[in-house]
Ligand binder design. Structure first.
Ligand SMILES: O=P(O)(O)OC[C@H]1O[C@H](O[C@H]2O[C@H](CO)[C@@H](O)[C@H](O)[C@H]2O)[C@H](O)[C@@H](O)[C@@H]1O
Length: 271
């Protein structure tokens, strides 16, 4: 797989897009403890030194930055609804100037309201956890007894009936609530490519690595563009629009290291 990707990227600018949970950090029971290893941080840091790199997460931007703790990267939180991205002007980009893009900002009061209601509604279900990700909410059931999953989903459904402008999606043992706007990780990827100046460029190779259903929107975008590569992180074969797969975050780390090494060698060879 690596050789195929390296050969596809010859003469092209690789732009790296990385999901966080399950891709850079292993899945753990407590979402607040999903730390990334120092080795992975180093691999991401080196990746960002060699290629434009963005973290695209369901978490809110501040939270995912709190886990990654690296400058020089683009951060897109809340499934791409909270982007601190590069300025469109090359001059400003060089000066490190960034711009905020938040297409769902009008939903903030509604999301806050629903967060409070869900906290109240789910507090009697042991193990249930409601997490706010600024423009989105996550209702976790990883630590809920399987017999109670239906009850929890029903509580969420009842609440959302009153909020038709919000929609429900599913992730890894999590129900995700977000504004029903046409915006997802795929749109965020496209937005970032445009912001980086690669809107209609043939000599760019976006690479997106992710493990969850919301990452499929980004894999689809790449397929539809006929440009770039999706890499799904999964231990088991699953239906996906990604072209390649890695089994777990440690393999993602090895892949990033190899890519950096390959880039260094190609720079050396060209001198
Ligand atoms: O887009 P991502 O960066 O992958 O974020 C998706 C969700 O990830 C987190 O939940 C998942 O990881 C947790 C920690 O390993 C795990 O406990 C949980 O079961 C997983 O669903 C995060 O907590 C969510 O808010 C994100 O939406």
């Amino acid at each position: 797989m690596f050789e195929q990707i390296a050969s596809a990227s010859k003469g092209k600018q690789v732009v790296m897009f990385l999901d966080y949970d399950g891709t850079l950090s292993p899945i753990v029971q407590d979402p607040d403890q999903a730390f990334m290893s120092d080795e992975m941080r180093e691999a991401v840091k080196e990746t960002a030194r060699h290629f434009p790199t963005a973290i695209v997460s369901g978490r809110c931007r501040d939270k995912v930055y709190g886990f990654v703790r690296l400058g020089g990267l683009i951060y897109a939180g809340s499934h791409g609804m909270d982007i601190r991205g590069p300025s469109r002007s090359r001059k400003e980009q060089k000066g490190g100037k960034s711009v905020l893009f938040q297409p769902a900002s009008e939903f903030l009061p509604m999301i806050d309201e629903v967060y409070k209601i869900l906290l109240e509604r789910t507090k009697s279900i042991p193990g249930a956890k409601v997490e706010t990700n600024k423009f989105c909410l996550s209702v976790h059931f990883r630590c809920v007894d399987e017999k109670k999953w239906v009850d929890l989903a029903e509580q969420v459904r009842i609440v959302l009936k009153e909020y038709p402008k919000l929609k429900l999606t599913h992730g890894r043992k999590v129900l995700e609530i977000r504004p029903a706007i046409k915006w997802d990780k795929g749109k965020a990827l496209e937005f970032l490519l445009n912001s980086l100046g690669y809107a209609n460029s043939d000599d760019v190779l976006p690479v997106y690595i992710g493990d969850d259903r919301t990452d499929e929107d980004a894999f689809k975008l790449l397929k539809d563009r006929g440009q770039g590569l999706g890499i799904v992180v999964s231990k088991v074969p699953k239906e996906t629009r990604a072209s390649y797969s890695l089994q777990e975050p440690s393999e993602v780390m090895d892949f990033l290291r190899r890519l950096v090494e390959w880039k260094r060698n190609s720079i050396r060879a060209s001198i």
